[in-house]
Design a protein around this ligand. Structure first.
Ligand code: GRF
Length: 201
């Protein structure tokens, strides 16, 4: 089962997947890592693991449509069974989404706090409970069908960094667990319900 992982930053979720796929029992391997920018730690993590990488920058293309088209071609070269967006900070375009199933991890309990500043927004709102969501990506922003969620309590004195790190500790476990189950057992989507396992029987 072939995974292409998309990153934009430190890549600790990618690292969790790389560590998990080191054992055959996991049932999937990371065949490539794509990024929207050069010089990020996520790419270094892939290189250290001997995984091919590619970068498609929006600024290298005439417009987002052309970027979307090129990104779809680059991903297709690796024939993924599933694309995993793990801290990828661009909205994926219709061509990518039409070509591959995509799973995303988001550091909030969707539909609360969608978008690129979820942890900051949750803190600013003053919630006592936030968390993370693993979901299928649709054409909206963080609106696809939810696969798994886990709550994380906000603590006195939390700032964006301490809260986000606590959420990422949960994300790294939840994302690996969900991707592993999807790889080993398959999944079906009916409306907004994603069922993992027992596909087609
Ligand atoms: C994760 O919290 C992800 O949900 C958010 O950005 C963070 C990426 O962290 N979109 P990393 O690059 O995997 O360390």
């Amino acid at each position: 089962f072939r995974l292409v992982v998309l990153v934009s930053g430190s890549g600790t979720n990618l690292q969790a997947l790389l560590d998990a796929t080191a054992s055959d029992a996991f049932g999937a391997r990371v065949v490539a890592v794509g990024a929207d920018r050069h010089g990020i730690e996520g790419l270094t993590r892939a290189e250290r693991a001997g995984v091919p990488t590619f970068v498609e920058q929006v600024s290298d293309h005439a417009d987002r449509d052309e970027w979307d088209e090129n990104l779809a071609v680059r991903i297709a070269e690796h024939k993924p069974d599933l694309v995993v967006s793990a801290g990828f900070m661009k909205i994926l375009g219709p061509r990518v989404l039409a070509a591959f199933p995509v799973v995303n991890t988001h550091p909030a309990l969707l539909p609360a706090f969608p978008g690129a500043h979820a942890v900051r927004d949750a803190l600013a709102y003053g919630v006592r409970l936030t968390g993370c969501t693993v979901h299928l990506v649709d054409t909206g922003v963080d609106t696809g069908p939810v696969i798994a969620q886990e709550a994380v309590a906000v603590r006195e004195g939390d700032d964006e960094e301490t809260l986000h790190e606590r959420i990422k500790t949960v994300e790294r476990r939840l994302l690996v667990e969900v991707v592993g189950r999807m790889a080993r057992d398959g999944w079906t989507v009916t409306g907004r319900t994603v069922r993992i396992g027992r596909t087609g029987e």
